[in-house]
Design a protein around this ligand. Sequence first.
Ligand code: PMP
Length: 425
Amino acid sequence: MTQGGAHPSPSGALAAPEGFPLLAHEAAGEGGLVYLDSAATTQKPACVLEAVDAFYRTNNANPHRGAHRLGGAATEALEAARRDVARFVGADADEVAFTSGTTCALNQLAYGLAGLLRPGDEVAVSLLEHHSNLVPWLTVAKLAGAKVRYLVPDRQGRVPDGEIDRAVGSRTRIVAVSHVSNVLGCVQPVERIVRAAHDAGALVVLDCAQSVAHLPVDLHALGADFAAFSGHKMYGPMGTGALYARRGAASALGPLLRGGGMVEAVFEQGFTFKGFPAVLEAGTPNAAGAVGMAAAARFLEALGMEAVHAHGEALARRMAAGLAAMPSARLYGPGPDGAEERCGIVAFNVRGVGADLAARALDRRNVAVRAGAHCAQPLVRHLGAEAVCRASTGVYTSERDVDRSLGAVEAARQDTANLMTSAML
Ligand code: PMP
């Protein structure tokens, strides 16, 4: 099996883009693709594609069901994947349930913990949350007569200590926050939030969708009770993800999906559940996807998460510095020189040009960025914008890619100025 690009590239990328079949294909011509939409989904290294393919070619059977040889091989492949994914985030295998992604895991958590909420209780979230870590809490809080309270970030996008003290208190039952903002790329003070929540007797849910691909994440060290993350944002397949429950916290969690595989015994008028993680894995699992996600975890471990973090942070600072020096650009969140920890995600707008138009102008120059509210409408509104452009890097991104995208931003502004001039003539 290939290492799938887990070696440095002459272009300055941390992993050679040639090791990612789609990027290799796209870069075939002049002015190849600069893919700066890794926060939406990363491109996949060859080792991940090969792992998924190999599962279907050699191990395909329904795990945890058949007594036959192939059923055993599929079960072993799934459980080996669980061990790898757990190790990658500093957890034990019996603390990790596979899900279809972060959204699925966060819904399982919100509905699974809803029984803890009483009228007058509070769920604390930050104003930076992705809708997937907000809408489920708004829903279960409303059903229980509880309230959602917000931790408001500072200008750099980080929740200050004073906000944590203000919003987390004796009424708080659950604190649900993102580790890294999918819009601004800033890293939240999670240890401080966990301490305040536990002092208040509340449980902590971490949305690690963006952190696991960018930072070394050690869930035991962070001390969170629960966490959620997606495989497809960490170089693994779509439709994969995980829900972490700290040993001892899992018993607080009821299952959302019910059916085959999660019950111990079923009678005409009742049933008993299995323990965690099986209790959250009703139905046939995406075993091939889990195997691919584990391959992605090993791929990132081979690169070294410290190196991955340093690479993304340096690219984000280069991008932010370039934008800050451009009178036509407006940068949101951390500036280029701030001391705060950040990941390879930068939000900006081109003055006088709508975010969507700017992203299309970049696309004409083969630079892919995302424009919109990024499923974080309360945050984007808080920034005073309707939409922003977001450039997000991966391990295959180089300084040359960042410089090309900065050139495209300048050209996008020029395009619009030219259009306006010709409209006036
Ligand atoms: N939370 C954050 C911070 C995210 O960035 C995303 C994906 N954009 C999600 C949750 C949802 O992840 P998924 O779509 O993989 O379920």
